[in-house]
Design a protein around this ligand. Sequence first.
Ligand SMILES: [Zn+2]
Length: 82
Amino acid sequence: MTDCFWSWLVRQSNRKSPLGDLARDAKSERGARCCKPHFTSPEAAESHLRLHHHACGGALRAMANAWRAYSRVANRERATHL
Ligand SMILES: [Zn+2]
């Protein structure tokens, strides 16, 4: 079964990249409480970051890239389980 975006994201937290930064924020207790319910689609995640975290362009780009990376993994996993 494919992970949800959130589970996938927190597993990226050892990366030294904007994705890793995003994952470390998400993994924190505050991130899990505040952001987890909103990270259900790229659009919902982006508007949450904008409205509640006053996210800068870099963070929003990192989030968009994270969704792209996640959908690549999710598609690959679907393909191998067919
Ligand atoms: Zn949040």
